[in-house]
Design a protein around this ligand. Sequence first.
Ligand code: ISE
Length: 324
Amino acid sequence: MGVGVGVIGTGVMGSEHARLVSREIPGAHLAGVFDADAARAQAAAAGATVFPDPRSLIASDRIEAVIVASPDGTHAEMTLACLEAGKPVLCEKPLAFSAAEALRVVQTEVALKRRLIQVGYMRRFDPGYQEMKRIKDEGAVGATVLLHNVHRNVSAPEWFTGPMAVTNSFVHEIDISRWLTGSEMVSAHVASGPGGEPLMITMRTDRDEIVSTEVNINAAYGYHVHAELVGREGTIALALPSLTMCNRDRIGGVAYPGNWIPRFADAYRRQLTDWIGAVTTGTPVGASAWDGYIASAIAEQIAAGLTENQATTLKYPSRPSLYD
Ligand code: ISE
């Protein structure tokens, strides 16, 4: 049986988490779900209890750990409710809708003196990014000078408003770039293409490295995430997001997925496996609440400067020792 997991929100991401927990994650079972759409909850439940509201799910004795995958605006409230109940929580990114709310979550966890939160920045568990980090940390390409990121989605959903390209999509690059380089971001500059898209965001780190990212939420041809780290003695790039190449109609090439779920299938599975391990041993893994706060704080400051075409100096408080 293992750890009883409850999933709050069973949309695209939550139903995938529910599926993984019930079928693919050792040491865990799906104990319950909640979604505002009862039919959607029923479909994701696969026989587990469908709770009438998120608070009864969090309070239930059968739920030992919670995944929050409800809309972004509810993440902080649900995560705080888990802290109140003393239950470990894997909160989907972003940790909160605003930096102030994310900071409140951090402060609540710091007051508890106990790390219960992991934020779903799953790229840290992707085999490609992990290999990049290992090669970089071994010193194989010398000191890092640049990191080029590409983040392309096929098309943005209708509810995706301007700043969400930064606060919902680009937050991934903030997190993975901090993780890969081991540096903090100190300033940022945004340029936007014709009609506002795509965005070209350049950040500078406290080691003077440059992190450039194309954020293209309407790239049309496929879901494509790419990164190349440039060192003084070489570069490390992610390989193409496919295990095979297909030759047909006089063209050879790879297939791009339609969204992030197939592209990061391994990352999601490994993230959940390691989270369940962390719940069992009490040793946290992955992105902490502090990492979640930093991603949201930087994104918010960049989004606020979207129209200014000048560099923004990024500001945030110093890291509490709970996250050392
Ligand atoms: C989505 O929520 C994700 O997390 C995807 O990884 C990202 O590519 C997409 O832009 C987000 O909306």
